[in-house]
Design a binder for this molecule. Structure first.
Ligand code: C2E
Ligand code: CA
Ligand code: CA
Length: 550
């Protein structure tokens, strides 16, 4: 329909008024920071008008892999000047999920860069939940007619009971959300339908389930070579969307019953892990979990069990890594790092231990132990009139307890440790959650008021390092070791680190670098003006007895 300019002008305010009335409307600037949110949005998301401003677009999405992947896909589409439409999961201020149908519209400036974006959303949570409930009852995925996740579980248990041998295969469409980016809502339906058809045609009599938006699982008596043949089959039978073959790549994992794993939960966990191994190495392959990874999974389960039953302070140990202070040319801080030794498992390093402890709740006991040991040591040094602080890593899970602040202050009092001798290192994951949970920020603030300083660890690895520095009580940042590794070999990294240092300093923050292993890195960082340096070049983590002073 053709319209005069006048008609368009007349209609626009009316349209906006109706949209505001029925839709949730938000707007962000070109950086993704929220500049406007209407009442409908605030009601659903539980944000208050003041607090929402300046929060980021990404914070409105669940803080998991899928949520982050999807929000980044939407944002990158907007950045290239294209609008986005689809159903997506969001999260309220308190972390409760809800579902919306979202239209995202970019506004570009004269130089074709994104200057702002408007988001119109309709809450469809009831529809999604109803659908899931019905699918649960009907045991079927409505969109594809495949089995639902619930039916799959029942069936696997039946197979196990009747002692049938089978391969459990998990298949995921690689980069689903980015792929979706190229398409319209309709083409997404075609993709899923056509993909389902190909699965059914290739795996004929095998039971197939849809377990996620772009994820499937199936049970088959056939071996690896047959299952892997599906990749070639997909190549021969490409999916066409608007007359072009879609560049589709998939990853998958195979786990055998009863050889590899013995229960439904174990099978799906192992199949997921196998699939992740494939996706992480670039995708486009289906393989069984390596023997090593099976061992890894079993080790994880063992650590989990042992932590719950046998966590004993005698098996925990704290080691300390020195940090060199550039101005005074001396060591003025030690970072406390936890170690766990078990008769059967040997030494368990924190990268393995902490995630499991966070999951099963033992992080509270471990954290309290580390703080206590660190505070005792810092108090001893304080008494000896040594000007040395101790820094401690803290997990956001610990601060989810509203009295974490008191736990820390009590320990400091009981050990006679002055608060200004202790620093807490937090990661971006921590910072992200702190921005959403007021109680965490409040606890951080009171600790800071008491004299405890906060360090933003692994600086530069997340999406919003710079924003956190503005919003949270942080006085120091520690540049991540990833940057330091390529500092002397990649000119781009050097520029980046230089920029980070300059910017942080202009914000009045103290900057340290970690993972420094060579003299060359050390010299370069000093030249760039960092305040402190940590890494094997300065010293490896040692036990308290091994620390000496000249
Ligand atoms: P992080 O805080 O980034 O700690 C630095 C890690 O890098 C330590 O590993 C350290 O031993 C290692 N490292 C130090 N200098 C160098 C170097 O020059 N080169 C290389 N390649 N590595 C270096 P670690 O002790 O295995 O700790 C791993 C992570 O576990 C830590 O990363 C920290 O996030 C977490 N963590 C450690 N102890 C605790 C704890 O008591 N509580 C909590 N919540 N997390 C902890
Ligand atoms: Ca650290
Ligand atoms: Ca770090």
């Amino acid at each position: 329909m053709l319209k005069s300019e006048n008609d368009k002008r007349l209609e626009l305010p009316d349209i906006m008024e109706s949209l505001e009335k029925y839709y949730m409307v938000t707007r962000t600037d070109g950086e993704g920071l929220i500049t406007y949110a209407n009442r409908n949005f605030l009601e659903t998301s539980n944000w208050t008008p003041k607090r929402i401003l300046g929060k980021s677009f990404w914070q409105m999405f669940p803080n998991d892999e899928e949520g982050q992947e999807q929000s980044h896909a939407i944002w990158s589409r907007l950045s290239s000047g294209k609008s986005w439409f689809g159903t997506t999961k969001k999260t309220t201020r308190h972390g409760d999920p809800y579902f919306v149908k979202l239209v995202a519209v970019p506004f570009m400036d004269d130089s074709e860069t994104l200057s702002s974006a408007t988001f119109l959303e309709l809450d469809v949570t009831d529809d999604v939940e109803l659908r899931e409930k019905l699918q649960e009852i009907a045991f079927i995925d409505f969109e594809t007619g495949l089995m639902s996740r619930h039916r799959l579980e029942t069936l696997v248990n039946e197979y196990i009971e009747s002692k049938r041998h089978f391969s459990f295969v998990y298949i995921t469409i690689d980069h689903y959300y980015t792929l979706k980016d190229h398409k319209t809502y309709d083409s997404e339906r075609i993709l899923i339908k056509e993909f389902t058809n190909r699965l059914k045609r290739y795996f004929q009599d095998s039971p197939i389930a849809r377990v996620g938006v772009g994820q499937f699982a199936l049970l088959t008596p056939f071996g690896d070579w047959y299952i892997q043949g599906f990749l070639a089959f997909l190549k021969e039978q490409p999916i066409y969307i608007e007359h072009t073959a879609l560049p589709l790549s998939i990853s998958g994992g195979i786990v055998r019953y009863p050889e590899d794993q013995q229960t439904y939960t174990q099978l799906i966990t192992a199949a997921l892990a196998a699939t992740k191994e494939m996706t992480d190495s670039g995708g486009g392959r289906i393989a069984s979990l390596s023997a090593e990874s099976h061992k890894g999974l079993n080790r994880r389960a063992l650590i989990d069990r042992k932590l719950l039953t046998a966590l004993d302070r005698r098996n925990l140990q704290v080691v300390y890594q020195p940090q060199y202070d550039v101005a005074s040319k001396s060591i003025n801080l030690y970072e406390a790092l936890v170690r766990w030794e078990d008769e059967e498992l040997g030494y368990v390093m924190p990268d393995e231990l902490i995630p499991i402890a966070e999951e099963n709740g033992q992080i509270h006991a471990i954290g309290a132990y580390v703080i206590e040991e660190a505070a005792k040591l810092a108090a001893e040094w304080d008494k000896e009139k040594r000007d040395i602080c101790v820094s401690i890593n803290s997990s956001v899970r610990e601060f989810s307890k509203p009295d974490m602040k008191n736990t820390i202050l009590d320990i400091l009092r009981d050990t006679n440790c002055p608060a200004n001798r202790i620093r807490l290192e937090i990661t971006e994951k921590f910072a992200f959650q702190a921005e959403v949970e007021q109680s965490i920020i409040r606890q951080m603030q009171s600790l800071q008021d008491a004299g405890v300083q906060f360090i933003l660890d692994d600086f530069g690895t997340g999406y919003a390092s710079f924003r956190y520095m503005q919003n949270l009580p942080i006085s120091r940042v520690k540049i991540d070791q990833d940057f330091i590794q390529s500092l002397t070999t990649h000119p781009k990294t050097k520029q980046l680190v230089e920029g980070m240092i300059m910017f942080c300093k202009s914000m009045g923050l103290t900057v340290s670098a970690e993972g420094v292993e060579t003299q060359e890195q050390f010299d370069m960082l000093i030249e760039m003006g960092v305040d402190a340096i940590q890494g094997y070049y300065i010293g490896t983590p040692v036990t308290q007895d091994q620390i000496t002073f000249e």
